[in-house]
Ligand binder design. Structure first.
Ligand code: 3PG
Length: 218
């Protein structure tokens, strides 16, 4: 069962979560350092690539300022591997009954992915109150999230999917949004070319633009 205060602790660290895809293991640590230097400490490392889990483990070992979570958790086995390396939280783009069951007793905050009312209800029946809303823009954007707030006033969301510097503030201003995630902070070409200062600068800009003016949801 997830305690909502654990999520509050995480989003107090950052309300912007980079969704990180690690193609080459050696990029993991310098990338994490670049993000942390820009003020972005809450990191979602996805299991989309083979290097993902090992990259997350390296970040945990070598970048203590980073608070590392694992994304693209599709199965109970993925979740067990994530918990095994000591991640602080985990997310999924969706959910299956088996994953929800495993996540409810995994011991770390877990955000199941939802895009519809029925998916939300299935996840709520396992005790979850905070969800990844994915694919946020394609699934109806802010109007969809606003509509879900009617029947589900206690549900809170971390939307991801086509969120970037251009619209993150709008999402973060919604009372049922605790944080936003996305790949805009870690463009693949910059990671490939090791353009760490550019990544740090973009993070600092996003933190400057998005923090302060946006109150945390009550
Ligand atoms: C995710 O896995 O959370 C999303 O694919 C991120 O979406 P984006 O690449 O559009 O930011």
């Amino acid at each position: 069962m997830m305690n909502p205060s654990e999520i509050d602790t995480l989003v107090a660290i950052s309300r912007i979560i980079p969704v990180i895809t690690i193609e080459r293991l050696q990029d993991a640590v310098p990338l994490a350092r670049a993000l942390v230097a820009g003020g972005v400490r809450l990191l979602e490392v996805t299991l989309r690539t083979e290097a993902g889990l090992a990259g997350a483990a390296r970040i945990i070992a070598e970048v203590p300022e980073a608070v590392v979570g694992i994304g693209t958790v599709l199965t109970p086995d993925d979740l067990a591997r994530a918990v095994g390396i000591g991640v602080r939280f985990a997310l999924s783009p969706g959910a299956t009954p088996a994953l929800l069951e495993a996540a409810a007793r995994c011991g770390i905050p877990f955000l199941p992915g939802i895009a519809t009312a029925s998916e939300l209800m299935a996840a709520m029946s396992h005790g979850f109150q905070t969800f990844k809303f994915f694919p946020a823009t394609a699934a109806g954007g802010i109007p969809a999230l606003q509509a879900l707030a009617g029947p589900f006033p206690a549900a809170r969301f971390c939307p991801t999917g086509s969120i970037g510097a251009h619209n993150a503030a709008e999402w973060l201003a919604r009372p049922n949004v605790v944080a936003v995630g996305g790949s805009w902070l870690t463009p693949a070409a910059e990671v490939r070319d090791g353009k760490w200062p550019a990544i740090t600068a973009r993070c600092a800009e996003s933190v400057r633009d998005l923090s302060g003016s946006i109150p945390l949801p009550a």
